[in-house]
Design a protein around this ligand. Structure first.
Ligand code: GDG
Length: 501
């Protein structure tokens, strides 16, 4: 078995990754089980003149069979590639927030040049049997850069954030360049089936991509697979939560509703606070009997769109606490810093409701962590936004529309009043999903599919007949079609439904 080379924007020490939470845990677990390398940015930012490809590449052997290979970013790269194109264009647009996107000249050029620099550094490390797994929106162009340099190894891409509807994606000025870059992968993995449908639609609309009879997608003379691989957790990290968790019981004996979200506009925190305020207003008998504990560690504070959220939340929690609070009861505990990971599971376990209401989220691992931490004999109830990728899997949570404060307030009441047998039934079904789709299953299924897809590229001449495009397209006279001879709108009449949509 060849090595696995995992490439992500940020790389961290394998031991610290386990503490960091999120997908870093899954990557660290994978690299402990299989020989490999984790390549990416080391988190350091150096002066602009100080980057020298050769000298900057640091390779660190780790205790197992895997190592780390890291590079710093320059001040300009950090500003334009990381804060700029990645987090002020792709992140907001992919979370459906075109209003927050900053399409600034120079961002995209630097985004590409960092990907080119990463590709040059990787060329020195790649061996013939290696399998390359690229993670997330920062690195969309990487495979195209590697292919241009002659790399023929299997290269897969996993996007952790949602894919927006095609019409939103098309608003990115460089959408064709992004489509071309995406088409260079053998396999694109996404969180949900809805994301798969959106990406295929985008490739059709943007560059006349099409689905082939064998299920692959064809664009720019490349054929790739696009499938969903919902990211999971290792439930064993959470099932050992302390049954009593004395340090985290609510001081006034009230039932706790917990939220744990990075302080990000996609997480719907103001809407969550307003829904909780609506609950207290609508159901006064619960006042004094519940508290909302919201842990919200700050992130990306130097990105402009993030600066208002903190003030907005402080104002909202102050208003709700002022309106409903008593001298001996504060309805919202708002904590603006991160909690240690080994405390999180006890906080989850001691909370009667897990409250996860992002406006848009690729998956939402916190919801899975909350469920896995529950006492199987007396579990709490998760309330989950229908706009989190996790809602496609966790259908036994209470699913809400986070924009609807009344509906969300009613879900809080339903959760508080749910009898134990229903809570246990729901918990068992949810845990079944979480155990089946854990981190190991996620990486195993992605990598198996990637190797098969690369094999297909190498061996198969697939039929090029498209089986559908999704809807009629008006002729676009100014658009350069990538497949000469294809008539715009010629093949939209097929009603055949693809397994991918
Ligand atoms: C992206 C996508 C997708 C959070 N606060 C604290 C803390 N955390 C840990 C959680 C969890 C992780 O961070 C957050 O993961 P999420 O999935 O909820 O959200 P994102 O950070 O936005 O992650 C997301 C994910 O990638 C994976 O593909 O699900 O949709 O946006 O593990 O526990 N950990 C500690 N203290 C905190 O205060 N220790």
């Amino acid at each position: 078995m060849g090595r696995i080379i995992v490439i992500s924007n940020r790389v961290m020490d394998l031991r610290k990754a386990t503490q960091a939470g999120g997908v870093a845990v899954a990557i660290a677990d994978l690299l402990k089980s299989r020989p490999g390398l984790w390549f990416g940015w080391n988190g350091k930012v150096v002066e602009d003149g100080d980057v020298r490809d050769e000298a900057d590449l640091k390779i660190v052997k780790t205790p197992g069979r895997s190592g780390l290979a890291t590079l710093p970013l320059t001040v300009e790269e950090h500003r334009d590639y990381y804060l700029g194109y990645s987090n002020s264009v792709l992140w907001p647009v992919f979370h459906n927030r075109l209003d927050l996107a900053r399409f600034e000249a120079g961002f995209y050029a630097r985004y590409r040049s960092v990907n080119q620099r990463f590709a040059r550094a990787l060329l020195k490390l790649i061996q013939p049997d290696d399998v390359l797994w690229v993670h997330d929106y920062h690195l969309i162009p990487l495979a195209a850069e590697l292919r241009a340099a002659g790399v023929t190894n299997p290269i897969g891409f996993y996007l952790h954030i949602p894919v927006p509807p095609s019409q939103v994606f098309l608003a990115i000025p460089e959408h064709r360049e992004l489509a071309r870059a995406l088409a260079a992968y053998d396999l694109i993995g996404l969180q949900t089936r809805a994301d798969v449908a959106n990406l295929i639609q985008f490739l059709e609309d943007s560059v006349s991509g099409r689905i082939l009879q064998d299920g692959r997608v064809s664009a720019f003379d490349h054929r790739l697979r696009i499938e969903s691989f919902p990211v999971g957790i290792d439930p064993n990290d959470f099932t050992a939560a302390s049954p009593t968790a004395p340090l985290v019981q609510s001081s006034d004996g009230a039932q706790r509703i917990v939220g744990v979200d990075r302080l990000d506009y996609s997480k719907g925190l103001p809407e969550k606070f307003r829904a909780f305020g609506r609950f207290l207003e609508k159901y006064p008998k619960y006042r004094r009997n519940v508290v909302l504990s919201q842990i919200a560690p700050p992130t990306r504070e130097s990105v402009e769109a993030y600066t208002d959220i903190r003030q907005q939340l402080e104002a909202l929690s102050g208003k709700i606490n002022g309106m409903f609070g008593e001298l001996d009861w504060v309805p919202i505990h708002y904590i603006y810093r991160s909690a240690p990971r080994d405390r999180l599971r006890d906080i989850y376990r001691s909370s009667h409701i897990g409250f996860f209401t992002p406006l848009r989220d690729g998956m939402n691992l916190v919801a899975k962590e909350y469920i896995a931490s529950q006492d199987p004999n007396d579990p709490g109830v998760p309330i989950l936004s229908r706009f989190a990728g996790a809602a496609e899997q966790l259908v036994d949570a209470l699913i809400v529309n986070p924009y609807n404060a009344d509906e969300t307030a009613d879900a809080i009441k339903t959760a508080l009043e749910m009898d134990k047998s229903e809570r246990i039934d729901r918990y068992n079904r949810l845990m079944n999903v979480i155990r089946t789709y854990d981190t190991a299953a996620w990486s195993r299924s992605f990598l198996a599919k990637l190797e098969a897809a690369a094999e297909e590229r190498a061996t198969l001449i697939a039929p090029m007949t498209p089986i559908r495009t999704s809807r009629p397209k008006a002729p676009r006279p100014t658009e350069t079609l990538i497949r000469p001879g294809r008539k715009p709108g010629a093949d939209h009449q097929s009603a055949h439904k693809s397994s991918l949509s």
